[in-house]
Ligand binder design. Structure first.
Ligand code: M6R
Length: 614
């Protein structure tokens, strides 16, 4: 949800600065802008649309250099995506300039009061109030004025603030939205996420919640703070550590889209998880901050997550219940955070998130902790807010995921959740050693099986072409593949905009069957498992009503294939491991449908990669 990129140093070309910003485009891409200070002269350029358009507008000053700049790419919350609502926002005298990620919940109240004091607003955004508030408080220090201003704000905010009156520094604040300081040969940086820093910085430090920082060309000073009640410590140098992500991990590397690259990376990601967490047939999670004793006694597991991460948690619910003999309740984080849990003592919440910055999942985590539960986070971005909130974190090791549609993070989440399930089952002695070894062996087969699906992607491409004409889709699955149906539908709708619904196949007769006719496409997941025959009956019911069936099957299938209009085969594997293969088939299917329809695959409309507001 919005990306901030700031620079202060010896000088960088505008084109480089914009390239840095474009690494954050996955966070929002409806409008963007750049503010640059040269002495006390402000250059401010904003526009609606993608960063490429800003780059085109600045063609004539691409070679010009800036020694202090603040850039922003926006995902609109308040006010439509147009030029005046684009960030950065300036105060009345264009002396204070702010880039904001988050939401200011009390902006109307603040705006009314600032209007009464004579401030002139030029946008409909919540963010603009921040620039005017700082203006109101400014005496002789941008840092102090920003401190005072943020005390007035309710909501979530990551801020970069610059001023023509102090053109040598960027003031930064983090309150429930991510911000990172970077340091490199050309100077110091501020960014919402690491990919923006890769080309410029070797070291970085994640600001902690409620920290402020002052960044100049020589150093970054961090102030631990409490915004409410306001207390600020003396500044300390930012605790920088080496950036371990390689630049090429955040590039397309010859693929047409990040999504396709990330789909293809899945076997390698799972291999990395295997080599990191499985040692000689045992599962080791380094420094798991929850004791074996606690896990042994845990009576109940909750899972909270959003979107694709929720579906990964849903797959794991079946696995953990089966092998750990313990109830698992799963909620979307936005529901979990407002549930009235009676107690959480002795329980475990597993919070799953690729970004680790999803506002609802963070709130769910805090809620569970308040109720006395321990929290395990399954997270792809180490250093993210979520990875710091939990009692323990298992890193999903998927590397940067840039495509807005989550793919490799999903299978990595399922895989890590399965390994945790095995670990928990071992502590609870609910898993026989033979079953433990059998399951591990089965999981070890997954990367090679995924590779076989990927090698057949041209077949999926052909099928996708045939099915692209359908105006709506139903995805059906049962048991552990019911969440696969949910995820298949989500992938398709978010990148192709075709209405798609995931349903447990057993529920079809209770309503969705009314939708079925020759114009309806139904994706039926019917890999060989104990529910295969039930799926076969569902397929017959669909065909009896002339629905078009795309089946996801194993090669040895004899029955469903005879009724289906098209089949994508996935290698035969255990029921538990099958979602890890079905996911790849459905991701490819969604990708090729969206490509046929000329959709913006990596940046679907209205979406942003990480949802840092409620
Ligand atoms: O970063 P998170 O895993 O917490 O994000 C959760 C969802 O916003 C995310 O999975 C979203 O649904 C994706 N666009 C799905 O492809």
């Amino acid at each position: 949800m919005c990306g901030i990129f700031g620079y202060v140093g010896g000088g960088l070309k505008f084109s480089s600065l914009i390239n840095g910003l474009s690494r954050l485009e996955y966070r929002g891409y409806d409008s963007c802008g750049i503010a640059s200070l040269s002495g006390n002269k402000l250059f401010l350029k904003k526009r609606a649309g993608k960063i490429q358009q800003l780059k085109d507008d600045l063609k004539n000053c691409q070679k010009a250099k800036s020694s202090l700049a603040l850039l922003h790419t926006r995902w609109a919350t308040h006010g439509e995506p147009n030029k005046s609502n684009a960030h950065p926002h300036a105060d009345c005298h264009r002396e204070i300039v702010v880039a904001h990620n988050g939401i200011i919940e009390n902006f109307l109240e603040l705006k009314q009061s600032l209007l009464r004091k004579g401030h002139k607003f030029t946008s409909q955004t919540d963010s603009e109030v921040i620039a005017h508030l700082i203006e109101e408080f400014y005496k002789d220090s941008l840092f102090k004025a920003t401190q005072k201003a943020v005390k007035e704000l309710r909501g979530s905010f990551a801020l970069g603030v610059i001023s023509t009156k102090e053109p040598d520094k960027i003031v930064a604040v983090r309150f429930q939205s991510p911000l990172i300081i970077g340091s490199g040969a050309k100077g110091n940086f501020l960014a919402s996420d690491i990919p923006a820093l890769l080309a410029f910085a070797k070291e970085a430090a994640h600001l902690k919640d409620q920290q402020m920082a002052v960044i100049d060309s020589q150093k970054a000073t961090v102030f631990s703070s409490k915004i409410r009640p306001a207390t600020f410590s003396l500044g300390q140098p930012a605790a920088l550590s080496k950036i371990t992500i390689k630049t090429q991990e955040a590039e397309k590397n010859g693929y047409e889209h990040f999504m396709l690259k990330e789909i293809n990376e899945q076997p390698a990601v799972l291999r990395k998880i295997i080599s990191s967490y499985i040692k000689k047939d045992t599962i080791c999670f380094p420094d798991l901050g929850i004791s074996k004793e606690y896990l042994r006694k845990t009576r109940k597991v909750y899972v909270a997550a959003c979107g694709t991460a929720y579906h990964a948690g849903y797959v794991a619910k079946y696995f953990i219940e089966k092998h750990c003999r313990i109830p698992v309740e799963i909620d979307t984080s936005s529901e979990f955070r407002y549930r009235s849990l009676t107690s959480g003592k002795g329980d475990l919440l597993i919070a799953v998130s690729q970004s680790g910055e999803t506002a609802d999942t963070l709130a769910a985590t805090r809620e569970a902790k308040k109720r006395g539960a321990k929290v395990l986070t399954i997270c792809n971005v180490l250093g993210s807010s979520l990875s710091k909130e939990g009692d323990a974190t298992i890193a999903t090791l998927a590397g940067p995921e840039i495509g807005v549609a989550s793919t490799k993070a999903y299978t990595a989440q399922i895989f890590c959740l399965y390994l945790f399930g095995l670990y928990l089952g071992k502590q609870k002695t609910s898993l026989r050693p033979g079953d433990f070894r059998r399951l591990l062996k089965e999981l070890a087969k997954v990367p090679a099986c995924q590779k076989r699906i990927l090698a057949n992607s041209s077949r999926v491409k052909k099928i996708a072409k045939k099915f692209s004409k359908f105006g709506s889709f139903l995805f059906l699955g049962r048991g552990v593949n019911f969440p696969s149906a949910l995820e298949g539908a989500l992938k398709l709708k978010e990148i192709s905009y075709i209405p798609a619904e995931g349903y447990p196949a057993g529920e079809m007769k209770h309503g969705p069957i009314a939708l079925i006719d020759e114009y309806r496409a139904v994706v039926c997941i019917a890999t060989q498992d104990e529910l295969y025959e039930k799926m076969f009956s569902n397929v017959q019911e669909i065909k009896a009503r002339k629905g078009k069936v795309l089946a996801i099957l194993n090669p040895k299938d004899k029955e469903v294939s005879t009724l289906s209009d098209a089949v994508i085969y996935v290698p035969n594997i255990s029921q538990e491991a099958s979602p890890l293969l079905v996911a790849v088939a459905l991701q490819l299917f969604a990708y090729f449908v969206a490509k046929n329809l000329n959709c913006e695959i990596d940046q679907p409309r209205n979406l942003a990669k990480s949802v840092t507001v409620e």
